[in-house]
Structure formats: structure tokens, C-alpha cells
Design a protein. Structure first.
Length: 602
């Protein structure tokens, strides 16, 4: 027994020794272990509410401290405090660094102001997880063990790492993005420096002696240049920068709306009748833009002549009672002129329940008149822009008890039959719930931006259905065009035979990608109630009735969906928007106390 016990003890000692030595060897293989520790302390729990600004004096502030654990030297976000918006969706105002911690408050130094001046009541949050741009001046970096071990440790730690190609990094980076420099320096030192990509503030620095004979491409401290292309993401699929205009070579700029600058001028077209949707089109294929308006009883098309709208053609729906839902345009039959895709539904009753039936149409302009080349289509219709900026016509069925059901299909023209047909499933929209609430990311086959039912924008890595980016605010409920959809189970309301048999659902707002307009996706920010609700409560029960709507442009940058363009805020009910090119303009359709109007921003 003693021999057996001694053998077990020897084996145990040997195992412990191997584990201990292995741990030491691995630790020695990773230079700058304090770097990973620092990142964990700063970014392990993003977007947690730390507190609110209480006092401000010169470069310091006091904030009321909540339950989130804090330590000295922690870097935090200061954000705006817009009412009705979650702290995590507020715009960043500043970076601060904790200097002292008290039982119910903390003192911090203002490191960098990135927005408006800090105000009392601003939120204090832990910063979002950064994208780390890893740069080195070492020529054979992937055969250099310290560089490889640092890269491996960061990826295994769950950080998104973009390896910098050469000496250039992306011009448009996220607010929390970091630049990590691993450089062979002078006097045989290996240098490590972590800094914010925006502002350049150094967060961590360390130097190790004893590294000789390392071939370098640039001297230590070399100033990196900004460049539009983004290198691949280590440890994750490639994510190209979504904002490079296809029509412009990298590095060029434009003085027009395409570069997402605020609009400064506007033209106003007052409309004589109620209009629910608008789309720019070219019915004759002559290069002259037309504007088609969707109304309750039909479609009216206007040409733009000498700054005025002149009626060109009018079409009335054959069904007397319909719900007009959406309007899009595309050259479907390849003759050079656009067809109009009109999504319609009509009232229906099923087992004494209110319901609807889709009866969409496709209209073509021939011999000076609009005629239907397809009628009664049981599909929602939409035209999107693909990642190259080309239009694609899509269709999706309505569910029995929900708005959208099943796959999203291509809408095609059968040249032989001279008819519209529903084709195969559109692969880039696989597993997407709603035909109207997504846009593709230019230049990236795996990523989509989706407007969630909560009206927040998320960026998804589609193959894994994983959220990789979040928007900056809630875009509000769009309740302009409602129609009934029967309930699967009746809801008792109390009283004799009182029950709810259907729900009111709404046609969604336009959400449109425009690759030619700097790769931006455009959406309506809705702050005002629409339709009957607004007429009932306007100025009495809710400030929302007195709110402001606007159209905004967004792009995927880092781990955020960032607003890159905004129309001026309108104290009017924004219904729809469309685009004209040459000159570049966005046209916004709205309703106000004087009726309906179209305003062109450029």
C-alpha cells in the first residue's frame, strides 16, 4: 500500500508541476498580460447605467452612483438624457475617468467632450465593447510570436479585432474603437500602446526590453493615415465598410447630398388631394423623372416641369373599398420604363371576424395610359436595392393570423407569357420575418440591418442570426395606414357578447437603402401620432401629438448603426419619402393643418 500511495503522490506532483510550468510558459508567451486585464476591467460589461451627472465644475463632475461596481481610473461614457429614450440609446456626449469613489457618488475628470457640453442629468454608462484595430510596424507579423499571441488572446477574450493593413486605418470608426500599436522600437524595446481611435487619447502603454534584430516597415510612433477600406475581422467573418459609394472611387468626395451632410435648401409642392405614399419613377424610360402618388382610390402620376407638378396620368382601383398600403417602382419588363408595384388589401369577413385579403397590382404605362398587367396578387410587394445598388422586386404572403408569413420571393417578368410571375425565394432575405423591415449592407454578403418590432435598428450577421450592431434611438410607432387582421382566439371584453375578434395592424414606414447616396439606409423617425388617433388627442392628451417627425440616414459603423444624415425636424406628420438624382434630392411627403405637401431637400 505504501508503494501505491507513493506512486500516486509522485504522479500528482508531476501533474501539478506540468500544469504550473505550462501556465508559466503560456504566460511568458503573451507579452503585456496587463493589456488584457485592462480591457477586461474597462469593457467587460457594456452599456450598464452607472448613474447621473449631479454637479459640473471646470474639468470635473460629480455623479450619483448606482449599484454598478466602480474602481478608480475606470473610463465611462456620458450620454444625453432625452426623455422617453433608454439610456443605452442616447447619444454620447463625453468620455470621463473616475478619480474618487464615495458611498453614494463619485468624482470624475472630463477626458474628452465629443458632443455638446455636459449637462446635469446626463447619463453615465459603461462604454460599449470596442473594435480593436491592431497595428504593428513589424514586417513578418504573423510569424512573430508575441504579435500572434496578443491577437489570439484578444480574439479568445471575445474582442472584435481588425488587423491594420500597412499603415492605414478606417476613416469612419465607432465612438469606442481603439487602436492597439505593437511596435519594435528603439534600444531593442517592444512597445505596446492602446489609444482611442477618435481623439488619440492614450489609455495603456508598456515597454519590454530585450527584443533585437526585428525587421520593421515603419519607425516606431509612425503616424497612421486614414483610409476608407477596412481590413478583415480576425476571428470573425469579413465585414467590409458599408459606406463606399459604388459610383465613386475610394477617397473621393462629393459636394452633394451623397456625402450625408445636412440639407440646407428646400422646395415645397402643395398637393391638392390626400396622398399616402410617393415614389420617384420614370414611366417612359426617357430619363425624365415622374412622381407617383398612392391615394385611397388610385394612383396619380405627375411630371416635374419648371419647378411645378403637372398631372400626367391617373389610375383608379377596380375595387371600391381597398386599403392602400405601399407603392414602389421598377423596370420589371425590361423596356426601359418603370412599372408601379401597388400593395393593396380589401376588407373581408371570416366567421364574423373582420379581416383583409391582399389584392396587389402591377401597373404599366403604355400608349399614354396606366393599365394593370397583374391584379389580385395575394402578396405584399416591395422594391429593395441590393448590395450593388440595383433594384430588386420582392413579394411575401400574408399570414392567417399575422401580417407576414413564409419566404420572401422574387417578382419577375415572364417574357414569353408577357406576364408577372412570382419566382424563387430571394436568398439574401432568408429567415427574415418582414419584407418591409430590412436592408442589405453594401459590399457585405452576410450582414443585414433590421428594423425590429420595437422600432430599434439592429445589425445582424445573417448566417448565425447574431446581433453585431445597435442603433442610436427608438424610431417610434408608424400608425398611418391601418387594416384589420383576424385573431386566432377571441378576446372577451366583458358585458353581453362583447369580444374582440380582430386586431388593427399597420402598413410599415419606408425603409430604403441607397448605395448611390453614400451607402446610407433611410428611415422615418416618428414622434407624432397619425390618422384618427391624432385628430382625437391633438393638443389635449399627449405631447406626442405636438412632436416632430423627420427622415434620417443611417450606416453600419463598428458595432453601432449611426445616424449620418438628418432632415430638419418637421412639426408635421411625415408619411413617406423618395429620391431624385441629378440634382440629388430627398423628397418628403407629409400632412399638416393645410393638407398634404411634398418638400424637396437638397
Amino acid at each position: 500500500m505504501n508503494i501505491i500511495k507513493r506512486k500516486i503522490f509522485q504522479n500528482l506532483c508531476l501533474s501539478v508541476f506540468i500544469c504550473f510550468c505550462g501556465g508559466l510558459l503560456h504566460a511568458q508567451d503573451i507579452p503585456f498580460p496587463g493589456l488584457v486585464t485592462f480591457l477586461g476591467e474597462q469593457y467587460a460589461s457594456p452599456f450598464r447605467v452607472v448613474g447621473k451627472v449631479k454637479e459640473i465644475s471646470n474639468e470635473r463632475l460629480m455623479f450619483e452612483k448606482r449599484a454598478v461596481p466602480l474602481q478608480k481610473d475606470r473610463h465611462l461614457w456620458v450620454t444625453e438624457h432625452e426623455k422617453g429614450l433608454s439610456p443605452q440609446l442616447q447619444r454620447q456626449v463625453a468620455w470621463i475617468k473616475v478619480e474618487a469613489i464615495y458611498p453614494k457618488s463619485a468624482l470624475a475628470r472630463v477626458e474628452e467632450v465629443v458632443g455638446r457640453p455636459i449637462e446635469r442629468g446626463d447619463w453615465i454608462l459603461t462604454p460599449p465593447a470596442p473594435v480593436i484595430h491592431l497595428y504593428t510596424n513589424i514586417k513578418a507579423k504573423h510569424t512573430f510570436s508575441p504579435y500572434h499571441e496578443i491577437l489570439k488572446a484578444l480574439v479568445e477574450g471575445g474582442y472584435k479585432v481588425r488587423e491594420v493593413s500597412g499603415d492605414s486605418y478606417p476613416e469612419e470608426a465607432g465612438a469606442a474603437d481603439l487602436l492597439l500599436r505593437i511596435e519594435a522600437g528603439e534600444a531593442d524595446h517592444l512597445l505596446c500602446q492602446l489609444e482611442r481611435l477618435k481623439g488619440g487619447r492614450v489609455l495603456y502603454t508598456k515597454s519590454l526590453p530585450g527584443w533585437r534584430g526585428i525587421a520593421t516597415a515603419f519607425p516606431p510612433g509612425h503616424v497612421l493615415r486614414k483610409a476608407v477600406p477596412v481590413p478583415h475581422l480576425a476571428g470573425a467573418p469579413s465585414l467590409r465598410h458599408p459606406g463606399v459609394p459604388i459610383s465613386q472611387p475610394p477617397g473621393t468626395t462629393s459636394s452633394t447630398f451623397r456625402v450625408a451632410k445636412p440639407a440646407e435648401k428646400a422646395d415645397l409642392y402643395r398637393l391638392s388631394e390626400e396622398s399616402l405614399r410617393v415614389i420617384a419613377c420614370d414611366l417612359e424610360g426617357d430619363g425624365q423623372p415622374d412622381l407617383a402618388f398612392l391615394q385611397k382610390g388610385g394612383v396619380t402620376v405627375y411630371s416635374i416641369e419648371k419647378g411645378r407638378l403637372t398631372e400626367k396620368v391617373r389610375y383608379s382601383f377596380p375595387e371600391k373599398e381597398v386599403f392602400p398600403l405601399h407603392l414602389h417602382a421598377i423596370d420589371l419588363d425590361g423596356d426601359g420604363g418603370d412599372e408601379l408595384l401597388v400593395t393593396l388589401s380589401k376588407p373581408a369577413h371570416v366567421m364574423d371576424k373582420k379581416d383583409n385579403r391582399l389584392c396587389s397590382e402591377v401597373l404599366s404605362f403604355k400608349a399614354g395610359d396606366l393599365r394593370a398587367v397583374a391584379m389580385g396578387l395575394p402578396y405584399y410587394l416591395r422594391v429593395i436595392r441590393n448590395r450593388q445598388g440595383n433594384p430588386v422586386a420582392l413579394a411575401q404572403r400574408e399570414g392567417e393570423y399575422q401580417q407576414y408569413a413564409g419566404s420572401i420571393y422574387l417578382v419577375q417578368w415572364n417574357q414569353g407569357a408577357k406576364a408577372v410571375e412570382i419566382g424563387r425565394a430571394y436568398k439574401p432575405a432568408a429567415n427574415i420575418y418582414s419584407i418591409y423591415q430590412f436592408n442589405l449592407v453594401p459590399g457585405d454578403p452576410d450582414r443585414v440591418i433590421i428594423l425590429e418590432p420595437s422600432t430599434v435598428l439592429h445589425g445582424y450577421f445573417a448566417p448565425e442570426e447574431r446581433v453585431e450592431a445597435s442603433g442610436e434611438r427608438v424610431y417610434g410607432p408608424f400608425r398611418e395606414m391601418g387594416y384589420p387582421l383576424k385573431l386566432e382566439k377571441e378576446i372577451p371584453l366583458g358585458g353581453f357578447d362583447s369580444k374582440k375578434t380582430y386586431k388593427e395592424v399597420y402598413a410599415p414606414r419606408r425603409f430604403e437603402l441607397r448605395v448611390a447616396f453614400d451607402g446610407q439606409s433611410f428611415i422615418i423617425y416618428k414622434e407624432r401620432f397619425g390618422g384618427l388617433v391624432q385628430n382625437l388627442i391633438k393638443g389635449k392628451l399627449s405631447n406626442r401629438a405636438q412632436g416632430q417627425d423627420q427622415v434620417v440616414g443611417v450606416k453600419w459603423m463598428g458595432n453601432r448603426i449611426v445616424e449620418t444624415w438628418q432632415s430638419r425636424k418637421l412639426a408635421k406628420d411625415v408619411l413617406d419619402f423618395t429620391f431624385l438624382e441629378k440634382p440629388d434630392r430627398v423628397l418628403i411627403l407629409y400632412r399638416d393643418d393645410d393638407g398634404y405637401a411634398l418638400e424637396a431637400f437638397y
